[in-house]
Design a protein around this ligand. Structure first.
Ligand code: FES
Length: 167
C-alpha cells in the first residue's frame, strides 16, 4: 500500500475513533469528502484525517457544526490544513469561546439578580424577558394587534420604564 492511497471507511474509523454514521453525516454536511472506488465504496483522501481531527476539536470546544462548516469553507479541499490554517481557525474559535464566556457571565449576573426574587415579571426580569423592544409599542399582545404572524418573538431590549422612547 502506498502512503498516498486513500483510506477505507474502516481505516478512517480506526484512525480517528469517529463512528461510520458520524463520518457519513459529516460528509452529508459537506465537512469531509470521499471518492468512490470501482465497487462504489467510499475512499477518503488521507488529508481528510486532519479535517476530522478539527471536527473532533470543535466538538470539544462546543463549536456548532454550522460554524465549523463556515470555517471549513475557507480551507483548502485538496490538502490537509497546515499550520497557518490551524492558527487562523483556532483564533476564530477562541474568539467564539470568549463571546460565549461573556454571554454566560451576563446570564450569571442576571440569574444572581433573580435569586430570592421569584417575580418572573415580564417587565423586571431580564432572564424572562431579555431585550424587550415590543414594550415600546404599548401593552397587550402587540404582535397580534398589529396583524403580525405568530412565531418566535424577535430579540428585545430592556424596557425599564413605561415611558422609555423607542430606540
Ligand atoms: S425573578 Fe424577579 S427579576 Fe428575575
Amino acid at each position: 500500500m502506498c502512503s498516498e492511497d486513500p483510506l477505507t471507511v474502516g481505516e478512517v474509523v480506526r484512525r480517528t475513533g469517529v463512528p461510520v454514521s458520524a463520518l457519513h453525516f459529516y460528509e452529508r454536511q459537506g465537512l469531509i469528502f470521499a471518492g468512490r472506488n470501482s465497487a462504489n465504496q467510499r475512499r477518503y483522501p488521507r488529508h481528510m484525517l486532519r479535517r476530522i481531527s478539527l471536527i473532533i476539536v470543535a466538538k470539544r470546544l462546543g463549536v456548532p457544526l454550522s460554524d465549523v462548516a463556515a470555517v471549513f469553507a475557507t480551507l483548502p479541499t485538496d490538502r490537509a490544513p497546515e499550520h497557518d490554517d490551524w492558527r487562523r481557525v483556532s483564533l476564530i474559535w477562541k474568539r467564539q469561546l470568549e463571546e460565549r464566556r461573556r454571554a454566560i457571565e451576563t446570564l450569571e449576573r442576571e440569574l444572581t439578580g433573580c435569586i430570592g426574587c421569584g417575580c418572573l415579571s415580564m417587565r423586571a426580569c431580564l432572564l424572562l424577558n431579555p431585550d424587550d423592544t415590543l414594550c415600546h409599542q404599548g401593552p397587550g399582545p402587540v404582535r397580534l394587534q398589529n396583524g403580525a404572524s405568530v412565531g418566535r418573538p424577535a430579540r428585545r431590549r430592556p424596557c425599564q420604564e413605561q415611558g422609555d422612547p423607542p430606540g
